[in-house]
Design a binder for this molecule. Structure first.
Ligand SMILES: CC(=O)N[C@H]1[C@@H](OP(=O)(O)OP(=O)(O)OC[C@H]2O[C@@H](n3ccc(=O)[nH]c3=O)[C@H](O)[C@@H]2O)O[C@H](CO)[C@@H](O)[C@@H]1O
Ligand SMILES: C=C(OP(=O)(O)O)C(=O)O
Length: 429
């Protein structure tokens, strides 16, 4: 069993270049299926979810090659199958994008149910609603679903809730549908805009991405092309919080500061000093962190994926903080683990009540999902003593080099192998 060992190393200091966004990359790689020629994507991180996509691509006949210079070159011209293996689909969340992307080209797609971080019920009813509105049938089987349509037809789609996944999937399915599609109550996340920008570069006609109404005029053909994925705003936000919790100074480079608006405002409310340039942000963790109230919401609100590192930060804020999780109300799996490290947090319904200022100490803890892992790394950086974090595979879904990137800032993280599996059983509860 692998674990990450974190030893005390004082305040983090230095700069880190932020990699391409996981969530955008997963959408772009599936979107590449829609093209009729070779596509090059720059900045795709080498994370586990992307490795699964590489395997899926091989299965369906889509060549996907990572060049030594880092670009990923995809040739979708010889895709021969629209069946996505249930096991592979279930090993990450965004496998559902293959349904939208392959539907218009193949008329029938079989995809295993999505996996990904298991912190809450994560319905796909709005994806289904979009496919059905475009004229497809969706049939559920034990471990997969089949989406079928002889000819997708543009439609007006009113999402019942704001969802980035269903907005992107609706866009993917509509790009090659016949006629006009309007997506209402669409998500405005940067990942939605990034996917639309990429598809438009290939010849799609998508208008209004980044607003809550997106219009798509279907096209019969998409060219090849090049695109650079946006930086990972969630990784960037967590590094800024790491500066706060360790009282250090961290610069995140190659970011789009606008994507982090709600996070930056909250960190300033907590008393952190920030210097924002065109493509970089420096956070100073000077002085004490102030308690605050956070409510997560969809973009441009405070991201649910930053809630967990923020919880870690607020354990060190003097006074009472409240975090309310509005996107995934049960997303508090990191809290019992933070408590093992001495944090005083109580979860009631969709809120975590944090009595901050208690010292943290090293312990064996388990990362149940990628952001829970980030939260534990941050807590460990501020803790007295050695922390050992299992569930490394969850961190590897989102980070291609969690050890190296924190080490570059002076942290002491080591990837270790435990021989005794019983250790695992003791704390994974
Ligand atoms: C791979 C990926 O991009 N994952 C991100 C994506 O997940 P994901 O795409 O799953 O999240 P959504 O944006 O779709 O979900 C937002 C909200 O809509 C609800 N919903 C969603 C779909 C649906 O069919 N029905 C429905 O009710 C969800 O329960 C949630 O409350 O956005 C989440 C919210 O920002 C992030 O935490 C995830 O990191
Ligand atoms: C929830 C997340 O990922 P996924 O949707 O891929 O499970 C995340 O990145 O925090």
């Amino acid at each position: 069993m692998r674990y990450i060992q974190v030893e005390p190393a004082g305040p983090l200091q230095g700069s880190v270049q932020i990699p391409g966004s996981k969530n955008s990359s997963l959408a772009l790689l599936a979107a590449a299926c829609l093209a009729d020629d070779v596509v090059t994507l720059e900045g795709i991180p080498l994370i586990d979810d992307v490795k699964v996509i590489a395997q899926i691509s091989r299965d369906i006949g889509m060549s996907l090659v990572r060049k030594p210079t880092g670009e990923v070159v995809i040739d979708p011209r010889f895709i021969h199958s629209a069946t996505i293996d249930p096991g592979k689909a279930a090993s990450y969340r965004a496998s559902y994008y293959f349904a939208g992307a392959l539907l218009a080209k193949f008329g029938r797609v079989t995809v295993g149910f999505p996996g990904g971080d298991d912190f809450s019920s994560r319905p796909i009813d709005q994806h289904v609603k979009a496919f059905q509105a475009l004229g497809a049938t969706v049939i559920f089987h034990e471990d997969h679903y089949v989406v079928e349509s002889r000819q997708l037809k543009g439609a007006d789609i009113y999402f019942d809730t704001v969802t980035s996944g269903a907005t992107i999937n609706g866009m993917l399915a509509a790009v090659r549908a016949q006629g006009r599609t309007n997506l209402y109550n669409a998500a405005v996340d940067p990942e939605v805009v990034d996917t639309a920008t990429f598809l438009n570069a290939l010849g799609a006609k998508i208008y209004g991405a980044g607003t809550d109404r997106i219009r798509i005029e279907g096209v019969p053909y998409l060219n090849g092309g090049c695109h650079m994925v946006i930086p990972d705003r969630l990784i960037a936000g967590a590094f800024l919080m790491a500066a706060g919790i360790t009282g250090g100074r961290v610069t995140v480079g190659e970011v789009i500061p606008e994507h982090l608006g709600a996070c930056l405002a909250k960190l300033e409310e907590c008393g952190m000093e920030l210097e924002v340039d065109e493509t970089s942000i420096t956070a100073y963790g000077r002085g004490s962190i102030k308690a605050t109230r956070v409510r997560t919401s969809m973009y441009p609100g405070f991201a649910t994926d930053l809630q967990q590192p923020m919880t870690a930060l607020l354990t060190q804020a003097k006074g009472k903080s409240i975090i309310t999780e509005r996107v995934y109300p049960n997303r508090f799996n990191h809290v019992p683990q933070l408590r093992r490290m001495g944090a005083d947090i109580e979860v009631r319904q969709e809120s975590a009540f944090i009595r901050g200022g208690r010292p943290l100490f090293g312990a064996w803890v388990h990362a149940t999902d990628v952001r829970a892992g980030t939260s534990l790394v941050l807590a460990a950086l501020a803790a007295d003593g050695v922390t050992r974090i299992t569930g490394v595979e969850h961190l590897e879904r989102g980070y291609d080099d969690v050890i190296g990137s924190f080490a570059a800032l002076g942290a002491r993280l080591t990837l270790c192998e435990a021989e005794d599996e019983r250790v695992h059983a003791v704390f994974v509860r």
